[in-house]
Design a protein around this ligand. Structure first.
Ligand SMILES: [Zn+2]
Length: 67
């Protein structure tokens, strides 16, 4: 299955930070990207692989890599 560039970024970030949840806002801040660009990617990723919804450190809902 093909991943978009945003999906690859998000995926890599979550895998590199196992155990930490990210919302689109914080992820975008860390990566220097636009949250509007990452949000759809995160929504796509939650449907596959080992990503599950979890609360980000800022309190917003985000994603975490489950291992
Ligand atoms: Zn956050």
């Amino acid at each position: 299955m093909a991943y978009s560039m945003s999906e690859r970024l998000v995926r890599q970030r979550l895998r590199d930070n196992k155990g930490r949840a990210y919302c689109a806002e914080c992820m975008a801040k860390d990566l220097g990207r636009n949250p509007a660009e990452l949000k759809p990617a995160m929504e796509a990723l939650v449907l596959r692989e080992r990503f599950v919804a979890a609360a980000c450190g800022c309190g917003a809902s985000g994603l975490i890599y489950r291992w």
